[in-house]
Design a protein around this ligand. Sequence first.
Ligand code: PLP
Length: 381
Amino acid sequence: MFNKRIKNDNKVIVPFLSLKDVTKQHKKELYSAVCQVIDSGMYLQSKENLDFEMLYAKYIGSQYAIGCANGLDALSLIICAYMELGILKKGDEVIVPANTYIASMLAVTKNGLKAVLVEPNYDTCQIDDSRIENAITSKTKAIMIVHLYGRCAYTEKIRKICKKHNLHLIEDNAQACGCMYVNESVSKRTGSLGDAAGHSFYPGKNLGAFGDGGMVTTSDSTLAETVRVLANYGSSKKYIFKYQGINSRLDEIQAAILAVKLKYLDSENDLRRKWAKKYLENIKNPKIIFPKISDSVSNVYHIFPIFTENRDTLQEYLFNKGIQTIIHYPIAPYKQKCYTDWNRLSFPITEKLCKEELSLPMWPTISEESIDYVIKALNLW
Ligand SMILES: Cc1ncc(COP(=O)(O)O)c(C=O)c1O
């Protein structure tokens, strides 16, 4: 059965993502979790948050998890906490991949730090670790890696660079919840690989809430405490304000929903990998390029990207066949109007990815017929 069939001029046969379909499977449990919060009369900063923070820290493999309002706040709170602790200061440089979503950069620049952009590797779409050292100056204090598209960006080389240059490693794990980094001696989840990580529970993410939500994970107790205080107006004690903080909370209802959904995250990521395998094995059109395949657990396929020189034509062709696709991302952050000072910068690999990338329909409970329909359409193009 197709997931959705609308017969009219704008027919959608395979949507890009059906959250309704994802939610449907756990409807009873989710209804019950939400009702429990409603009945409890406790809607903020209570049991659901504490329980979910503990569950999430354990799942990620970090000592602390601090709930907040969204993924951008999570990243921003980490930077802000490092600033309050005197580890970062205005004007310091943070290395960020040039092809990331704008939130990673905003977290740096809105706090008065400079984002120094580094090209990705075309084959993996992740920050090119061979280019990082060239971007390091005396002002560089941190590297923010972004596990883009659901794929692990961490490498042993990045760890060594951080150690050699005494840099903090921040992970943007917004797109890679549940992803693993595995080598001969280590098997760890993304979000536990650096000094701190920001996570997003935006509804479309692999672990998505029914609204906004975010989390900071870290095993640094001082950082964790500072993030917690900053996210609560800067208040360490009721009506005592240590910092000029913000109000960034995870609602109790969202925490309860996320605790239910976390139980199914690994099996849902397995399903994403199953569909990715099917795409990879059956799309045979030579005009379509895939990123180089990674170790299976090192990719949770938040999205399934393909690349082609005639991307816009392909998108229109698929649209006419009722297949929805999205571009991640059509314009790089440094080419956006909000960063006019950077518009003259040029990162050819990033710009090539912006021109060629197209994301295919992908969610855990997409039907086999829908995947087959997409494959057939791509092979006929
Ligand atoms: C790579 C990346 N970082 C950060 C964020 C920010 O997350 P949120 O939308 O929850 O603020 C996103 C969200 O799309 C993202 O994709």
